[in-house]
Design a protein around this ligand. Structure first.
Ligand SMILES: *Cc1c(COP(=O)(O)O)cnc(C)c1O
Length: 221
């Protein structure tokens, strides 16, 4: 079941990449396993999936250390909003952080990477829809924040991330993010979920984050 889902998503990614004149190898599929059972994660690993995403440090800490020990070559992506008191745990566990969204958390992550001697590639999350309830730096503040993260904090910023508003035309948000990444000289774009990943691929996504289409509906948190 999960294997079939993964195969189908991979072929849809490849088709969308071809339509855009891109190479499918340039797109990393992140399987978002938040609220999903470890057995389903094992099934995805058995089907060849290597990149996984979680939203909450605490859930990931309970789930991932044994999986990472059992399976070499997995990459774990942090997708959810971080509290600065969780920065140390996040840097220790996650290989990549997609949710750097404010100065306080950026500073805490930079401090922890130095303290732990680890460099974790970072994405800056941009609140492209300027939704008050959503994480992310407002678009107008993004250039200065990106500069601050790179130059003053020395964070390894590699790209931008966004979650468009539910009822929005996602393509407009993806185009905006792609444009901003280009002007900022950032090579990676984390965008596209179950509902809109093909559009994201056509617009330049390098990392797409898919939960439901791989694992089915999530358990209640
Ligand atoms: C849950 C989540 C996803 C996956 O969403 P689906 O619609 O299930 O594919 C992707 N990105 C983030 C940030 C999420 O929180």
């Amino acid at each position: 079941m999960i294997e079939t889902n993964l195969q189908e998503i991979r072929s849809r990614i490849a088709a969308a990449a071809r339509r855009a004149g891109r190479s499918p190898e340039d797109i990393t599929l992140i399987a978002v396993s938040k609220f999903q059972d470890v057995l389903l994660v094992e099934e995805a690993i058995a089907a060849g999936q290597r990149d996984f995403g979680e939203n909450r440090v605490q859930e990931a800490q309970g789930k991932w250390p044994p999986l990472l020990e059992r399976h070499a070559g997995l990459t774990l992506h942090c997708l959810g909003a971080l509290q600065s008191n969780k920065a140390a745990d996040a840097v220790a566990l996650f290989h990549t952080i997609h949710s750097v969204d404010r100065p306080k958390i950026a500073a805490a992550l930079a401090r922890e990477m130095t303290a732990q001697g680890l460099r974790r590639p970072c994405f800056i999350q941009v609140n492209t829809g300027e939704e008050p309830q959503k994480a992310g730096i407002p678009p107008r503040d993004a250039p200065a924040f990106i500069r601050h993260c790179r130059e003053e904090l020395g964070l390894p910023v590699e790209g931008l991330m966004c979650v468009p508003p539910v009822d929005a035309n996602a393509a407009l948000h993806f185009a905006f993010l792609a444009d901003l990444a280009r002007t900022q000289g950032l090579p990676h774009l984390s965008m596209g979920m179950t509902a809109d990943f093909e559009t994201a691929v056509e617009m330049g996504a390098t990392h797409i984050r898919i939960g439901t289409a791989i694992f089915g509906a999530r358990r209640a948190p």
